[in-house]
Write a new protein. Structure first.
Length: 478
């Protein structure tokens, strides 16, 4: 039926009866009941359209609706937190999708409970955006929004029941307000921009090591834009032949005989020239390109190790992001098989921060060690977990950080610490390598303390593969 230019959907049920008056009464009652049923069905469909079927939370559509309703909220009070569960895919892959679904429901309940307990917050809406992503829209001052997000992060650290198992959940959280940075001060940003900002902040939290919170700032936008440009160039750099490997010797003191080399990647950009690793490696980490780049580095280093004279070994750096990849170990096995390298000729270098408090990364290190690869702990002594890590992480080599070597010739804490680190290595029957040796005095002091191995510009800068055979044949004179 067309009324006032609008289409009105009506349901009419006609029943044949003997008495006209009774017929009319029954007809009216039937129409009335049918319209009520249609109204209820319409309301139910509308509610379902704004609800996540798995968790019972609101969905992305409800979030956008709430954002529109809060358009008049002062921008400094409107906050959006984007919560992404770290490594959730591994739960589905290893325990099955049923357990994964149970975990998502448990997370939804935990988030709702935390939001309800935050009585100082004027209003909050918890939704599931999809997959392992949740969001919380908050109307509150910045300090209270920060406190709510901190409470969420703390609550997620408590194990959650998923079916018959209890699981530890970690999350990366991005938080933003609606204050405009390039518009009039009181003009808030729109819903789309609010979501984008929270997403940028969330990925910044992941880039910093996951399991943490990052608040949006204009600087994060600048980093993201720079990453996009340099990342696109880096993505094609492997196929374009712009990357190459160099190798820095590790020598035996005091003779200067090369016993190993550390494989290092270099990039010569067609327009930018030589791009320092300190620039492009962090970009690779933030964009995820470190995974294919790391595979290329490992393959190239293995191919070089096959050509080096025995018993020279090659050491390859592996990042935390690589260690957390589900198929990382399978990828390493495939590269080892295809290159035919002897695993005894290969070492893997990891940093303390890559494996500390990260069970996935630690499991990968243990798997590498079980395959026969030597494990070197790089930059040892700089983290807050150095000694504790030695109890749980299989290690063959400690690489003492350059910051200690720099002051080795002066009496003071660095010299004492450097000596103590060597004693720890000896007590655990590990090799110790002093990094960043640049002067003969440093080399002599290290040798006097008992260090057997060292690495640094004093002995050699990183060299192309073609120069390695000459270096091996001619010991470095210190």
């Amino acid at each position: 039926m067309l009324i006032g230019g609008s289409v009105l959907l009506m349901a009419i049920v006609v029943a044949r009866q003997a008495h006209a008056f009774r017929d009319n009464a029954r007809l009216l009652a039937t129409v009335d009941r049918t319209v009520e049923e249609l109204r209820d069905a319409r309301d139910q469909l509308a509610a379902q359209a704004e609800q996540d079927a798995l968790t019972g939370l609101g969905n992305r559509r409800l979030l956008r609706q709430r954002m529109d309703e809060m358009a008049g909220t002062p921008p400094e009070r409107l906050h959006l937190a984007l919560i992404d569960l770290d490594d959730f895919k591994l739960v589905n892959d290893r325990l099955g999708h049923n357990v994964g679904d149970e975990l998502l429901r448990a997370v939804a309940q935990r988030l709702t409970a935390v939001a309800q307990r935050a009585t100082t917050v004027a209003g909050s809406t918890v939704v599931r955006l999809g997959g392992d992503e949740f969001a919380v829209l908050v109307d509150a001052p910045a300090a209270e929004a920060d406190a709510l997000v901190a409470a969420i992060a703390e609550a997620l650290q408590v194990p959650l029941a998923a079916g018959d198992v209890e699981l530890m959940v970690r999350a990366s959280i991005g938080l933003t307000d609606a204050v405009a940075h390039a518009k009039p001060e009181r003009e808030p940003v729109g819903a789309r921009e609010l979501l984008r900002r929270a997403d940028v902040a969330m990925y910044a939290a992941k880039d910093r090591g996951k399991h943490r919170t990052a608040r949006f700032s204009p600087e994060l936008d600048q980093v993201a834009a720079e990453d996009a440009g340099l990342g696109a160039d880096l993505r094609r750099a492997v196929d374009a032949g712009e990357l190459h490997m160099v190798y820095q010797p590790i020598v035996e003191l005091p003779a200067g005989r090369t016993v190993a080399v550390e494989a290092l990647v270099r990039w010569r950009h067609p327009l930018r020239g030589a791009v320092p690793p300190s620039v492009f490696i962090p970009v690779a980490e933030r964009t995820g390109l470190i995974v294919p780049l790391g595979a290329w580095i490992l393959r190239t280093a293995c191919e070089q190790a096959v050509r080096l004279p025995a018993p020279l070994t090659v050491s390859v750096n592996v990042s935390a992001r690589q260690l957390r990849e589900p198929d990382f170990i399978a990828s390493v096995r495939r590269i080892l098989d295809e290159t035919g390298v002897d695993v005894a000729r290969l070492s893997v270098e990891v940093t303390e921060t890559a494996v500390f408090d990260d069970e996935l990364a630690l499991a990968s290190v243990r798997a590498l060690r079980a395959m026969g690869l030597r494990i070197a702990l790089d930059d040892f002594g700089t983290g807050h977990s150095s000694l504790g890590l030695l109890r749980i992480c299989p290690v063959d080599v400690l690489k003492v950080d350059k910051s200690f070597v720099d002051e080795i010739c002066a009496d003071g804490p660095p010299a004492v610490i450097t000596t103590a680190l060597l004693q720890i290595a000896r007590g655990l029957r590990l090799d110790a390598v002093a990094e960043g040796v640049e002067t003969p005095d440093q080399a002599e002091r290290l040798h006097a303390l008992g260090y057997r191995y060292a690495q640094g510009y004093l002995f050699s800068r990183p060299l192309p593969a073609a120069d390695l055979e000459r270096l091996v044949a001619d010991p470095v004179t210190v």
